[in-house]
Design a protein around this ligand. Sequence first.
Ligand code: GDP
Ligand code: GDP
Length: 439
Amino acid sequence: MKPVIALVGRPNVGKSTLFNRMTKSRDAIVADFAGLTRDRHYGNGHIGRREFIVIDTGGFEPDAVDGNIFHEMAKQTRQAVAEADVVIFVVDARAGVSSQDHDIANYLRRLGKPCVLAANKAEGMREGVQLVEFFELGLGEVHGVSAAHGQGIRDLLELALETLNLPEEDEDEEGAEDGVVKLAVAGRPNVGKSTLINTWLGEERLVAFDMPGTTRDAISVPFERNGTKYELIDTAGLRRKGKVFEAIEKFSVVKTLQAIETANVVLLLIDAAEGVTDQDAHIAGYILESGRAVVIAINKWDAVDAYQRELVQRSIETRLAFLKFAAMLFISAKKRQGLGPVWDAIGQAHRAAMRKMPTPVLTRVLLEAIQFQSPPRAGMFRPKMRYAHQGGMNPPVIIIHGNSLEHVPAAYIRFLEGRFRKEFDLVGTPLRIQMKTSE
Ligand code: GDP
Ligand code: GDP
């Protein structure tokens, strides 16, 4: 599971700027769960191969809450901190220590969560001299950074991650190879996640092993169905109660993100009666970004009339257009309808995500595509694509080698994507295409 870093601090110290640095969110599709956590932003970041989730608490508007600024901020801070493994407490090196800084520091110290103190806007400052006053916050060493100029960010992140004593990264993703399909059921509260899982676990064809007496709300159920082994990943927002699972009211973004990251395939449940909400679209965006295979199931199909069915289908086609590579199924978890095809689609998506694409075949498809339509000339440059090889699985990555490839337009890459998808039957998985130009 990716560790979670929370950025806290009073307004204007540069948290959002730091967040953007950490996530490079200007070019990534960062799931901005604004709809469900008004003022918190979630993003993915990495240093080297080490990945993390970062939460920014910077979005709140001091003016919007009359006389109640600190209360609101404390709430945001508390929630972000509760979800985090480590906190980066950001202060303003230029403004010096404020009483709000003291309040936040006191709170963090009482909590005892790992915490790193960062003095932002420290470009051009002499750390040893000018930052000493921040020691009075009682959080240990202060690290001068400049979010705006990108100074000291890497060191800061390394320090934050070091406090967690994480085990060394598993270099190989062998888990993907051992034939177990890691499956997460994702969706908003009340879409029917627990109903579906309980229906599954009640099926005769599904043999669940050692129903876990796992800690608190962590769930991982290994099971076998028609000869295939699966593992149901902690599906955020569920709790085991005796033999059945029940929903807990609180929706945890971090848990959802972590479940998606851990899974090979995500079953995204949508409520037919509600259509696609902002929250659904955010979760879907995150699945795409994570590269996981995905199956969309529209649940409660039994509860809607023909008119509503039409509306839901249309809302999915427009709002989830970016998942159009995914199978879409209509089910009723409660009435046990349409569940067989869901398993077929999960199997298909998993096979697609793990597809082996030999270099000769990839290269043949590439050259045939070029013959059909070559990439456009870009000014003086004529991109020349020579061969392609596979760079990864789940999601499948295709790396194309050649010259001047930075001039290949996005529309042409989409055209290639279509060709590759068709050849390798890549239904249900995102596909990444990367260009590698040799000098
Ligand atoms: P937040 O309210 O804590 O999220 O703060 P913002 O990220 O919105 O930044 C507040 C202001 O500080 C903006 O005007 C930023 O341009 C500025 N700022 C952020 N980082 C730096 C920095 O490293 N150096 C300087 N000089 N200004 C910065
Ligand atoms: P969760 O929060 O995603 O786990 O949702 P639940 O499984 O607790 O379901 C929320 C509500 O939707 C419950 O009242 C279920 O009985 C109902 N529900 C779940 N699946 C269906 C379905 O297929 N059809 C209908 N009509 N109701 C359903």
